[in-house]
Ligand binder design. Structure first.
Ligand code: BTN
Length: 252
């Protein structure tokens, strides 16, 4: 499959959520894929696990709808990591690699605070396998500061002293980097993907962490990410537990 088809970018003033819009109205976009729908603001921005994604004016809120060659559900974990790698690549252009950490599964952190998040949702329409990659990037919070609970946990480009690029520029750069990772994935070139994941998540490697998921929480040592995109957690017993979903936090 050629992922590098010309990109359509549609910018809306306000929408509930770019992911929700595409899920609702996907048939309207099928002849324009790949298509990045951007919104200047969202009234019901969503994060993973039904969390709210605060989305006032001044941020990047966009969802890329694209076809996939295989049932997306089979590779959901890895696909969502590829999206995280792409966001990291693009933010590297403004911040440099050293300042960015990819926190499994796909939060982008700077100075330990969240700069960007990814919400991947897959859809089947007839014989098409479609993947929606929702990307939120905190560009500027000068007009609307982060709400209280996020103030210690989130950071924006402008808060880091960087002039934010225009969302349209970001959408095109993100698409280029997503194409890069998807091409490698499609060709089965796991080496560069696994090395990039290791490098991007180096600040967590061998750290004591706790993984929270719907089933509860479990602690151990971060032993990296496997070929399916799952996290490898070394338990006190020495046994390696494979975690397919959840959120991690450092244990000090
Ligand atoms: C997360 O970190 O939990 C994922 C956040 C994803 C937010 C983006 S903003 C654009 C798209 N529309 C949404 O409602 N969510 C994603």
């Amino acid at each position: 499959m050629n992922f590098n088809e010309p990109l359509t970018v549609i910018t809306l003033d306000e929408v509930d959520s770019t992911n929700a819009l595409l899920k609702r109205d996907l048939p309207l976009y099928l002849d324009r894929l790949p298509c990045f729908v951007l919104a200047r603001k969202q009234t019901s921005g969503r994060g993973r696990d039904q969390r709210i994604w605060d989305s006032p004016d001044g941020g990047f809120y966009g969802t890329l709808a694209q076809r996939l060659p295989v049932p997306a559900a089979l590779s959901h974990g890895l696909l969502s990591l590829l999206a995280g790698l792409g966001v990291r690549d693009v933010m590297t252009e403004w911040l440099g690699k050293e300042r960015l950490d990819l926190k499994w599964p796909n939060d982008l952190l700077c100075r330990g605070k969240k700069l960007a998040g990814v919400l991947v949702e897959n859809q089947v329409k007839g014989s098409d396998w479609l993947s929606l990659w929702g990307i939120g990037i905190n560009l500027s919070r000068q007009q609307t500061p982060f709400p209280e609970p996020l103030q210690d946990r989130a950071i924006s480009l402008s808060g880091l002293g960087v002039e934010p690029p225009a969302p349209l520029i970001l959408a095109n750069r993100l698409h280029q980097r997503f194409v890069h990772w998807l091409d490698l994935w499609q060709r089965g070139e796991e080496g560069p993907i696994m090395s990039a994941l290791e490098e991007a998540s180096r600040s967590f490697q061998q750290n004591p962490i706790t993984v929270h998921d719907r089933g509860g929480r479990v602690s151990g040592i971060f032993e990296g990410i496997d070929r399916q995109g799952a996290l490898r957690l070394r338990m006190d017993s020495g046994e390696i537990r494979t975690c397919y979903c959840g959120e991690i936090e450092n244990r000090d």
